[in-house]
Design a protein around this ligand. Structure first.
Ligand SMILES: Cc1cc2nc3c(=O)[nH]c(=O)nc-3n(C[C@H](O)[C@H](O)[C@H](O)COP(=O)(O)OP(=O)(O)OC[C@H]3O[C@@H](n4cnc5c(N)ncnc54)[C@H](O)[C@@H]3O)c2cc1C
Length: 264
């Protein structure tokens, strides 16, 4: 296996054009699957030197670079505002300190583990994901991005460069999960956004092949029987369905409290 460490985006995209090339960000998901020989890249393109980090806030939107780590998200002052609090709250509950120091936003979204936390938050906040290939740039909505377990709209020679969140002033957001006691991944996780016009969005993760948005403005518990829910030895279907209702209600309540300024 070849290991390259490009210093520009163009060089990285050139490296990714090789058959079976893989981008390496924080390595917290890729290295475990390489150790298990599930993935055997011909070229490992370490993107750690690229300038793809940072929390950039403007009047109408928040832009997060793909290499922004969980640690950076949980400590970013910009994410203290109620509208974006779900991002920091979610990041602070991922893995342990080491995982949060290395793991990146782009790596998590690209990996698309059905039990990972952040996909629910990007869905509920209505984020757009910016993808770059040698042929150019395109933007896909979070809803279009996740296609199934470990499957996304990302092409083999494409990189996530940043994730863009619309800023709805006056709204509140929250992320709540019941975590697997050993791994910390979500047995059931819910991200909620409540808007001053009365609108709300709820997205669930850990419950099916991919994170998904509940029908807009529906009572999340009523909407659940239509959702495909996984059962396994840690959480059978009925228990997971119950957890889904609990985390969705808690996330909505917390998001509303933040919007009204009555919560933390
Ligand atoms: C012990 C442990 C506990 C964890 N607990 C949790 C948890 O509770 N919740 C949770 O959600 N996650 C958890 N994780 C996963 C963690 O969040 C990972 O950091 C994350 O899933 C992947 O990010 P990474 O930067 O490490 O990506 P990498 O491992 O480097 O890459 C993962 C995949 O994404 C691709 N990739 C990386 N960056 C890009 C990019 N910019 N564009 C395109 N493709 C890219 C890689 O090619 C690879 O296929 C845990 C991991 C560990 C090891």
């Amino acid at each position: 296996m070849e290991h390259v460490r490009p210093s520009t985006l163009d060089e990285a995209l050139e490296g990714l054009a090789a058959p079976d090339a893989k981008a390496l960000a924080g390595g917290q998901s890729l290295l475990p699957v390489m150790k298990l020989r599930i993935v055997r890249p011909s070229v490992l393109v370490d993107i750690g030197r690229l300038e793809l980090g940072g929390v950039h806030m403007s009047e109408n939107e928040l832009r997060l670079g793909a290499l922004t780590t969980w640690n950076e998200l949980e400590s970013a002052q910009e994410l203290e505002r109620p509208a974006l609090a779900a991002l920091a709250e979610c990041a602070s509950g991922i893995g342990d300190l080491q995982v949060r120091n290395r793991g990146t936003l782009g790596g998590s979204l690209a990996h698309a583990d059905p039990a990972s936390d952040m996909p629910a938050v990007v869905l509920a906040l209505g984020a757009q994901i910016v993808l770059r290939a040698a042929s150019g740039e395109r933007t896909v909505s979070a809803e279009e991005f996740f296609l199934g377990p470990f499957t996304t709209a990302l092409g083999p020679a494409e990189l996530i460069t940043e994730v863009v969140f619309p800023l709805v002033e006056g709204s509140g957001s929250a992320y709540v999960k019941v975590e697997h006691p050993a791994s910390g991944f979500a047995l059931a996780g819910a991200a909620a956004v409540v808007r001053p016009d009365g609108g709300q969005s709820v997205a669930l993760t850990g419950m099916g092949g991919q994170a998904f948005l509940l029908a807009s403005d529906a009572n999340p518990v009523d909407a659940l029987p239509d959702a495909e829910i996984y059962g396994d030895r840690f959480a059978p279907v009925e228990y997971r369905r119950h957890l889904a209702g609990v985390v969705a209600r808690r996330a909505l309540d917390r998001a509303r409290e933040r919007m009204e300024g009555t919560g933390e």
